[in-house]
Design a protein around this ligand. Structure first.
Ligand SMILES: *Cc1c(COP(=O)(O)O)cnc(C)c1O
Length: 394
């Protein structure tokens, strides 16, 4: 498998042919002068095409080994474009612990247009086999999932999808093409919230779709222009700048996260640690096969499994900033039960492993020793409190 290495990624970013500028120019324009009606340099109106966005789209296509890429105003706008490939009467099979925004879009927007969705645990291929019907037109997987980082075998699902003539789309936001290459494993489409690792600096909202075939590229191009949810030139430029350091960042995110996951496991206040790089993770075997590193996201729960305890710990962190989102250079921490997964009923939330005390970390690029000291100090306070509580109870 041809991994996207740093040299390839850095040199996929073009030098300006007109001026020699090493940074892609930002074409802040809405329209382009034509020599005669319909005679132009490939650009007529900036919703249809813009040179800065086109540069990002080409870089993204190379990064994900697709024929074409398309940049959108957000990850959800990118997901929305893929759903518009479907029509009334079609069914989607989607991973059960899907990103909340995708769930909202599938269920509360598209169901009213006659598209149905079945949510299944895609880590077990037999669940998909059982759920497929003649109506199934799209399989939607996210791998790893959020926040318990379950891994689906893309290659196995790809074989199944192909046999039934179903499209397979992978949300590759968490892994990035540096760790996982869905189009080489049999997926037809990849989507990204480029807001996360591809942008990498918590300074923009953006989305991408990359297609494996020219036929799908033509369809997505049509939808992008027809619906108009395009990425602006400046934000396109920011994503390109983010991609320049993506291989380096992902490598370090993975190194830092593995060390923290191992240290967390050995702390007495910690109950479960979810990280695909740990040998006891439910999907460690497939993670080892499918990934070239294990990424920067860790989730863990506390022995004292209460929201209060988690809140207390989060308030005692210095470097891990309490915020939604992930994938930036700065470490972030969040409490899924009261933040990203708040709208999910408690019973259902517990079934998918999102305990009351579960904390999700987006491990940044600070010195790992500083990050561990930050976590350790907050955990020690939490641990002392738990012991005090036990003593009081007796
Ligand atoms: C954030 C996220 C999205 C949505 O992207 P936006 O850029 O916020 O619209 C989709 N999928 C996953 C896995 C995400 O983490």
């Amino acid at each position: 498998m041809s991994q996207s290495n740093a040299t390839q990624v850095i040199h996929s970013i073009p030098v300006c042919e007109l001026t020699g500028a090493v940074s892609v120019p930002i074409y802040q324009t809405s329209t382009f002068v034509q020599e005669a009606p319909g005679v132009h340099k490939g650009y007529d109106y900036a919703r249809s095409n813009n040179p800065t966005r086109a540069a990002l789209e080409k870089i993204a296509a190379q990064l994900e080994h697709g024929v074409a890429g398309f940049a959108f105003a957000s990850g959800l706008a990118a997901i929305d474009a893929v759903l518009k490939l479907l029509k009334a009467g079609d069914e989607i099979l989607a991973v059960d612990d899907i990103y909340g925004g995708a769930f909202r879009l599938f269920t509360h927007v598209y169901e009213k247009f006659g598209i149905t969705v079945q949510y299944v645990d895609t880590t077990r291929i037999e669940n998909l086999v059982d759920a497929i019907s003649p109506k199934t037109k799209l399989i939607w997987i996210e791998t790893p999932t959020n926040p318990t980082l379950k891994i689906t075998d893309i290659q196995a699902v790809g074989v199944l999808a192909k046999a039934h003539d179903i499209l397979l789309c992978v949300d590759n936001t968490f892994a990035t093409p540096i760790l996982q290459e869905p189009l080489l494993l049999g997926a037809d489409l990849v989507v990204h919230s480029a807001t996360k690792y591809l942008g990498g600096h918590s300074d923009l909202i953006a989305g991408l779709v990359i297609t494996k075939s020219q036929e799908l590229a033509d369809q997505i191009k049509f939808i992008q222009n027809a619906s108009g949810g395009i990425l602006a030139p400046f934000d396109s430029w920011l994503v390109i700048r983010g991609i320049e350091t993506l291989p380096l960042r992902i490598k370090q995110h993975s190194v830092n996260a593995l060390q923290l996951a191992e240290a967390l496991e050995n702390h007495p206040a910690v109950d479960k640690v979810y990280y695909p790089g740990l040998p006891h993770h439910v999907n460690h075997a497939i993670a080892k096969k499918q990934f070239s590193g294990f990424g920067g996201i860790i989730s863990f729960s506390l022995k004292n499994d209460t929201a209060e305890q988690a809140t207390h710990l989060l308030k005692n962190l210095r470097y891990f900033k309490l915020a939604e989102s992930l994938g930036g250079v700065k470490s972030l921490a969040c409490h899924p039960a009261s933040m990203t997964h708040k709208s999910i009923p408690r019973e259902k939330r517990l079934q998918t492993g999102v305990q009351d005390s579960l904390i999700r970390l987006s491990v940044g690029l600070e010195e790992v020793e500083d990050l561990w000291k930050d976590l350790f100090d907050a955990l020690e306070i939490a641990h002392e409190q738990t012991i005090a509580q036990i003593c009081k109870a007796h």
